[in-house]
Design a protein around this ligand. Structure first.
Ligand code: HEC
Ligand code: HEC
Length: 274
């Protein structure tokens, strides 16, 4: 069947499944925007606001209600408004707190951004009003090098660029780069690790995922890297700590084989850092 034989319905369904893939396997929007119960995400209240509160020097914010409820969610937001929030970190009342990782989503192609929005719009509206954010500062963007702007479709057929795209949207680089003044230092610390995460399960330090043979993953096999990403297991096969283990099992486990291959190929280009 040629592309011209596709009906509008087929292409809408393709958008929805691509949107679902991006949201679930890569961007992990649920991680901050869906409440958690004892057994993981409470999908009956999907996208109605997250359980964690994020606090920085100049802000306190919870993941907002991004379900299509018109009063308490984003049901009456236009596509342009949703795009601005997702890729530029701009909400209806100005700049969003940097806990919303728009820097990592800047690279989204127009088609992927639209597919994501279509998927959010197709989810059931849920009424819930998380506590409003408090913000006192302004924040400069810190996208990963090469992922500062919208990708075009052609870039996604280049394996290394596709890997960078996946690494950006899945926030690998935002979490795994060394930090200076609370912001990732992508110039000197790309993939070098060191950022500290405090979760109810304890403290975890982001690992070095550069090609350094001893400190990074330079000596790991492709399968070992893929297993860490999709199952949350260390090289020795031991369970990694949250947030890595949670993201791996709930989200990255759904990554397509092509995206995983591209991701590993891209990680193999990261200059070794101590
Ligand atoms: C690491 C946590 C995190 C992830 C992952 C995340 N967000 Fe957010 N998001 C937030 C926080 C926190 C806010 C509130 C920021 C504020 O109000 O200053 C927010 C705000 C928003 C807003 C603005 C809503 C409003 O009412 O102002 C939208 C839209 C949004 N996020 C969509 C998304 C989408 C779509 C994804 C996945 C592609 C996503 N977010 C992933 C943390 C996250
Ligand atoms: C929210 C932050 C966060 C995100 C997003 C994230 N990681 Fe991690 N990752 C961590 C932390 C923290 C650890 C350390 C876990 C531990 O000590 O058990 C880790 C561990 C790892 C490890 C194990 C390394 C070792 O030496 O044992 C690998 C490999 C890894 N991450 C790769 C990735 C890749 C690739 C991505 C993107 C697909 C990614 N991570 C996304 C925080 C994150």
């Amino acid at each position: 069947m040629g592309a011209s034989a596709l009906t509008a319905g087929d292409s809408a369904a393709a958008d929805l499944s691509r949107g679902q893939y991006l949201v679930e396997a890569l961007a992990a929007c649920d991680n901050c925007h869906t409440p958690r119960g004892p057994n993981g995400y409470d999908l009956s209240a999907r996208f109605s606001g997250g359980s964690q509160t994020f606090a920085g020097k100049d802000y306190v914010a919870r993941g907002s209600n991004i379900s299509p409820d018109k009063e308490t969610g984003v049901g009456d937001w236009g596509d342009d408004e949703l795009s601005a929030a997702i890729v530029a970190g701009v909400g209806r009342d100005g700049q969003l707190a940097p806990a919303m990782p728009s820097d990592s989503y800047r690279a989204l192609t127009n088609a992927d951004r639209n597919a994501m929005i279509a998927f959010l719009r197709a989810s059931p509206p849920v009424k819930a009003q998380p506590a409003p954010p408090q913000r006192h500062g302004s924040w400069s963007p810190h996208p990963a090098p090469g992922a500062e702007a919208t990708f075009d479709e052609a870039a996604l057929s280049d394996k290394i660029k596709r890997g960078l795209y996946v690494a950006s949207i899945a926030r690998c680089l935002a979490c795994h780069s060394a930090e200076v003044d609370d912001a990732p230092d992508h110039v000197n610390g790309l993939g070098a690790g060191g950022k500290i995460f405090r979760t109810p399960a304890g403290v975890a330090v982001a690992s070095n995922i550069t090609t350094h043979p001893g400190k990074g993953v330079g000596a790991w096999s492709d399968d070992e890297i893929k297993r860490a990403v999709t199952q949350g297991l260390s090289r020795k096969g031991e369970a990694l700590k949250p947030p890595m283990s949670t993201l791996a099992k709930a989200h990255f486990a759904k990554m397509s084989p092509d995206d995983l291959d591209a991701l590993v190929a891209y990680l193999r280009t990261l200059p070794a850092k101590e």
